[in-house]
Design a protein around this ligand. Structure first.
Ligand code: SAM
Length: 303
């Protein structure tokens, strides 16, 4: 039987793998981190809430796991201000080549402990996992994604393990942001063809395991949440951003600031678009701090 997880891992993270050799999302697909500074702005609001809930520790971490080109880390570092900025340590974690951004530490391994906010932004979709065709039986499939004859699926267990490990290192909050799905929709057959896909140069291409393209699959964020456990919510990016103050109202036409405000509003609209980035899931864990101190009650995510 073909070991699809091993092939996928080699293609992305082997000696000449897609990410190992330094390919970055900016050259192949658009992530929310690349839209502009607004995602970082919202994460700084969240970080401020984490800081308060932790009692403003002497050192406050922002850890960006699967940092890619490092744009999100750089924007968080650049946007921080006041006492938080003085205590903030920004760490970008990626297995690809280190990038240089002012005030950002770069490492290839997760820190053993994090006091603050750990973010996996489009990290888990890049964690390889087995791709299967039905009928298939596996404890993870039985629990999360029953696969019938002729259907395809991905066994999300490696993502669960990776996320549970990351969350176990944190005091404060851990946030996974990704495209994905929930059990009710998987069981209903909405993803019967599976979600394994490949991208190169901004286009969806036929998946090949030769390191020439990014290989990805939607994330079963509900399973990741259960694996990591504890106090958590799973909400849409659209709702989470609004709850953190990003709504993007365009001011009345006129005035020197109008153009800049209109551009900002259009970036926020992109981040919150239904069916686009706004339909991404935010899986937020409070670790040692109640998640209710970080976000108000919001509808459950249903992409
Ligand atoms: C889809 S990219 C996302 C990049 C960036 N966060 C963004 O949103 O633009 C996924 C990144 O995760 C990194 N990655 C995957 N597994 C990793 C691991 N175990 N530790 C560190 N980085 C990892 C890859 O090298 C890649 O750069």
């Amino acid at each position: 039987m073909v070991d699809s997880e091993a092939l996928w891992r080699e293609a992305l993270y082997g000696p000449s793998g897609f990410f190992t050799r330094g390919e970055v999302p900016a050259d192949h697909f658009r992530t929310a981190a690349l839209v502009g500074p607004e995602l970082a702005e919202a994460l700084l609001v969240l970080l401020e809430r984490v800081d308060f809930a932790l009692g403003r520790p002497a050192r406050l971490d922002f850890v960006d796991v699967g940092a890619g080109g490092g744009e999100l880390s750089a924007a968080v570092r650049a946007g921080a201000s006041g006492s938080l900025a003085e205590r903030l340590v920004v760490t970008a974690v990626d297995v690809g080549p280190a990038r240089s951004w002012p005030g950002v530490r770069w490492t290839s391994e997760l820190p053993s402990s994090v006091c603050g906010l750990l973010v996996g932004h489009e990290w888990l979709d890049a964690v390889p996992c087995p791709v299967v065709a039905g009928p298939s039986s596996h404890p993870w499939l039985d629990r999360w994604w029953p696969v019938a004859e002729g259907e395809r699926a991905e066994i999300g267990e490696p993502r669960d393990v990776a996320w549970a490990d990351a969350v176990s290192r944190v005091r404060g909050a851990a946030l996974a942001v990704d495209y994905g799905h929930v059990r009710a929709d998987r069981v209903a057959g909405r993803y019967a063809a599976g979600t394994f896909a490949a991208y190169r140069g901004g286009r969806r291409v036929e998946p090949v395991f030769d390191g020439s393209c990014d290989l990805t699959a939607h994330v079963a964020l509900d399973a990741c949440g259960e694996a990591a456990g504890g106090d958590r919510v799973l909400v849409s990016q659209r709702d989470a951003l609004a709850a953190l103050g990003l709504v993007g109202e365009v001011p009345p036409v006129g005035g020197a600031a109008w153009l800049a405000a209109a551009e900002r509003a259009s970036r926020i609209a992109e981040l919150r678009a239904e069916g686009g980035l706004g339909s991404f899931g935010w899986l937020l864990h409070g670790v040692g701090v109640p998640v209710s101190s970080l976000l108000p009650p919001l509808p459950p995510w249903r992409p």
